[in-house]
Design a protein around this ligand. Structure first.
Ligand code: SF4
Length: 937
């Protein structure tokens, strides 16, 4: 089956999406486990593999000996077409097992516009779409993630839904399946429904009034009318990610990812994540620090990202960042904080960020006027934002993006003009020298938020607002980016939709809708047809909901009470801000039970009801913070004021030194300063995102002292790695092997590596060339040995030599390549052996053999006889020698196709291996090359 898939890989874009040969991917014998679990992500590989939650569950499940967990992602449209054309099922990355052969399939629901992809994956995987059509032999289809808090539009397709944190539930799910007698599916569903946090849609029945509203959602078990979300009470009880899967291709978030905390109690009233993930649970910073180094070493990544809903609000962000930078910056590893607020940009944190090169920042004012910011619970004042922008420009960032939403409840034209005025003011702080862009999305009301009753603006209203912003921002030469109004419209329909929408989703899927969240893929015309066919009015789902209306998700309990949400709605329109309960006092949202569930923070002083573990890091926090803050934030000030009260004595020895064991001058200075009063960490109020950044050029102090030339093989799935992917694989392997790679100088230092000519995708090779420059002397053998322990499957170094640093590039010495082309997979009735032999003989005897080659975008006719020789090397095996010419080299499969008259599908069945490279006049063949001597030079 793997071979059949590999035939398809030659015909699709980015075959690396489907290889499954990443380092860190788990290999188990499927026969040795009781439960086979597929984690399914309804998006393309680059997005799916970037999702940290999926990696966490993959790690947890695969730690069990009775479970094998694999991954299945949505095939891009070209791959789906290829699978259907060849009648192949959607299969897992690890073992190429069809989706239907798994016991449990768990979908991650991150975005409503992936719903048609879920149906495509089930259908391609051979699983009945409707839960009611599945038998005991079909997998259990489960879903989790933020959209699971209103899964009603896709409920008929799901057997079960996980509400809340999945770490503990996935094991219980697997055990329930393992212990099931396989006789009756309903028995299993009842067992699942008894697990805390699992919702079985089949056990709840909604009824509707004549006007379309829901009258009731009746549970089949009256004793369980509501399903409450599952909460992981303490993140530190679950081990940090054991090992990270390191892709061999570029993905959206390609770096070590560490979750520093879960939950956010800032209370932004539009933000669903801020309510469904409550309470706040922080991880121990010392454990994070130690684990970061381990993951960096094992993965070979050059960036680490500290993830959470608001990393700037993590109590220990400043000392953690300071120490992390001390450790990783000399190794050219960057630290990024994708979610940080303006207030977190105190001078200390900025001093750390200053150590890396700056590209662009994103600030998120969210709304243009203070009035509207009060409504949505954005605590910062405009002057703070402008001050932050000034600091950012002052420190050398060259561009700034401001993120806003349009269509927020109570928005007026004045608020839109506020967006323009604020963007202008920010631009002015940079002297109008730097690009400033307003990036504006459309507000979509989300379930379980105070704005869940609010109406959504129409597409026409959205377009009118976008037109105004585009015109006015353009007039002032400010950038403007907007979100496709049609996508926000669809998202709004499904976000607050009910179970009847399943018919529309099914119709849209059957009409051909896929990847609806991609502007260039979304088929608005097909969606309109789908709604018409299902008899549903999508506008109806955007209406204002009355406070007494039964909402489609009322039987799903996120922990936060409806009373609290209604209080927050009232507070929004009274422009009243609700305090942060991790710093001040509990505001009784309902998320905590104050016995086992409560905020877990590392603030030196926790709020009432919180479990503060700050005392363990007090000294660390205080020694990492400067005594005087030129730009004190309100939350910071609150904490400092609190710290003036008598505090427990600081330990004699810095706790951090226990885990760091370093004696750097900086730390010694901190130790000397250690008698300063204990302080906490400044909290943040505004989001800020730093983009990927590398080291400053002046950090590049070591020059190359040695060049190593490697000859490596590419076999198996590594044949489908493109040039960029090969480079990524080698750089990461070098990092993992601790090879002292030399870097180029300049603003964008790059590893000094030089590859030989690119090999065509899908070709195996017994010998490719790579030159590496090192800053320390290593033996060639040690380099080879170290790399072979770290390269991904299918890449093997077979030779290594030391060269002079001034040695010419390998490209200059290349004369020809020798390939073996196997015709074994071509049907003999299509091309008999004697036909092959006669055509090869005819080619050799011909005076000329014109073939067409595309060079720099233009078709050129080349005489293949001038550079190619070919001969039979056994049964249905040819050896092809192609000389390097000024026009490059001809591809052996193209030549064979031209000689034998093959079509494109037949060309895909040729198996090509480069078996030799001729350098100058000598044949330099890798050890395993055979038959080259039979080919005339
Ligand atoms: S119950 Fe109180 S302390 Fe817990 S998250 Fe809600 S407001 Fe905060």
């Amino acid at each position: 089956m793997r071979v059949d898939y590999e035939d398809l890989l030659r015909t699709v874009d980015k075959p690396g999406r489907y290889l499954g040969n990443e380092r860190g991917a788990i290999r188990k014998d499927p026969a040795s486990v009781a439960v086979r679990f597929a984690l399914a992500f309804p998006e393309v590989y680059e997005i799916a593999q970037s999702h940290l939650g999926l990696q966490i569950l993959y790690d947890i499940l695969n730690r069990r000996t009775d479970v094998y967990c694999e991954r299945i992602y949505a095939p891009w449209v070209d791959m789906e077409a290829a699978l259907r054309r060849h009648a192949l099922p959607l299969a897992s990355l690890e073992t190429c097992t069809p989706l239907s052969d798994f016991h449990i399939v768990g979908f991650s629901l991150q975005y409503e516009l992936t719903y048609t992809n879920i149906l495509a994956m089930l259908d391609l995987g051979g699983v009945p779409l409707f839960a009611t059509d599945r038998s005991v032999d079909d997998p259990i289809i489960v879903a989790g993630g933020p959209c699971a808090f209103n899964p009603e539009p896709i409920a008929p397709f799901l057997d079960a839904v996980v509400l809340g944190d999945g770490e503990e539930i996935v094991g219980e799910l697997a055990e329930a399946y393992r212990d099931w007698d396989r006789r009756d599916r309903d028995t299993l569903l009842r067992r699942l429904a008894a697990i805390d946090g699992i919702y079985v849609p089949a056990f709840f029945t909604p009824t509707y009034a004549a006007d379309g509203r829901i009258t009731a959602i009746a549970p089949s078990d009256p004793a369980r009318p509501v399903v409450r979300k599952r909460i992981l009470r303490d993140l530190d009880t679950v081990p940090l990610l054991g090992r990270q899967i390191v892709p061999t291709m570029d993905i959206v978030h390609d770096r070590v990812a560490l979750e520093v905390m879960r939950g956010c109690v800032k209370g932004c009233r539009f933000c669903q994540a801020g309510y469904i993930y409550r309470p706040l649970r922080e991880r121990d910073p010392k454990a994070l620090l130690a684990h970061t180094e381990k993951l960096l070493k094992e993965s070979g990544y050059d960036e680490v990202s500290l993830l959470s809903l608001s990393t700037g609000d993590y109590s220990c962000i400043n000392p953690l960042l300071a120490e992390l930078m001390d450790r990783v910056a000399p190794k050219r590893i960057a630290v990024s904080l994708p979610s940080t607020r303006v207030d977190a940009l105190d001078p200390h944190l900025l001093a750390e960020i200053k150590r890396v090169r700056k590209t662009g920042f994103t600030l998120a004012p969210e709304a243009g006027t203070q009035r509207l910011r009060d409504v949505i619970q954005k605590e910062y004042r405009e002057d703070e934002l402008v001050q932050a922008a000034s600091l950012i420009f002052g420190l050398g960032w060259r561009s700034l993006k401001l993120y806003f939403m349009l269509g927020l409840p109570s928005e007026t034209e004045e608020d839109l003009h506020g967006i323009i005025a604020l963007t202008r003011r920010v631009s002015a702080t940079g002297g109008h020298r730097h690009p400033v862009t307003a990036s504006v999305s459309t507000f979509v009301p989300k379930p379980h938020t105070p704005f869940q009753w609010a109406p959504q603006v129409t597409i026409e209203e959205t377009h009118a607002r976008q037109t105004l912003l585009r015109r006015e921002l353009g007039r002032h030469r400010l950038g403007f980016k907007w979100h496709d109004a049609r996508l926000s419209y669809l998202e709004g329909v499904f976000s607050r939709g009910d179970r009847r929408l399943a018919t529309a989703i099914l119709a849209a899927y059957r009409l051909g809708c896929r990847f609806d969240g991609w502007s260039d893929q979304c088929r608005w015309d097909l969606w309109q047809r789908a709604f018409a066919e299902s008899g549903l009015d999508p506008d109806w789902y955007h209406r204002r909901r009355t406070l007494d209306e039964v909402l489609p998700w009322d039987h799903l309990d996120s922990g936060v009470t409806k009373t609290f949400l209604q209080r927050e709605l009232a507070a929004a329109f009274a422009r009243t801000l609700t305090p942060d309960c991790s710093i001040e006092r509990c505001t009784y949202c309902g998320a905590c039970d104050f016995t086992s569930v409560r905020n877990v923070t590392f603030h030196p002083r926790g709020a009432k009801g919180s479990e503060s573990r700050g005392a363990t890091v007090d000294a660390w926090a205080s020694e990492a913070m400067p005594a005087d803050l030129p730009w004190p934030t309100r939350n910071w000030q609150r904490l400092v004021d609190g710290a003036r009260e008598p505090a427990s004595p600081a330990p004699d020895v810095l706790p951090i030194s226990d885990v760091m064991g370093s004696d750097s001058a900086a730390r010694a200075q901190r130790q000397r300063d250690h008698d300063r009063p204990t302080r906490g960490q400044g909290n943040a109020e505004e989001w800020i995102g730093s983009e990927r950044h590398g080291l400053r050029p002046d950090d590049d102090t070591r020059s190359a002292v040695q060049r190593i030339r490697l000859v490596y093989q590419t076999v198996d799935r590594a044949r489908f790695l493109g040039n960029r992917e090969l480079a990524i694989a080698f750089v990461r392997a070098c990092r993992r092997a601790s090879l002292p790679l030399a870097f180029s100088s300049g603003h964008h230092p790059m590893p000094r590596m030089s590859f030989g000519p690119a090999l065509s995708l899908g070709f195996a090779s017994h010998g490719e060339y790579l030159d590496l420059d090192l800053t320390e002397v290593w033996t060639a053998h040690d380099v080879m040995h170290a790399l072979n322990g770290e390269l991904p499957e299918g890449l093997v170094v077979v030779e290594a030599d030391t060269l002079d640093l001034r040695a010419p590039s390998i490209d200059l010495a290349l004369r020809a390549f020798v390939y073996s082309v196997s015709l074994q997979r071509l049907a003999p009735e299509r091309l008999a052996d004697d036909v092959i032999a006669s055509r090869v003989t005819a080619f050799e005897a011909a005076d000329s053999f014109p073939v067409t080659k595309r060079i720099k975008g233009r078709d050129r006719t080349i005489d293949a006889k001038e550079s190619v020789s070919i001969r039979s090397a056994g049964s249905r095996l040819l050896h092809v020698r192609t000389a390097v010419t000024r026009q490059g080299t001809l591809k052996p499969n193209a030549i064979v196709a031209a000689i034998l008259g093959l079509d494109d599908l037949e060309v895909a069945l040729l198996s090509v291996t480069k078996i030799g490279t001729i350098v100058d006049d000598a044949i330099e063949s890798p050890p395993v090359a055979t038959g080259i001597e039979a080919v005339a030079p």
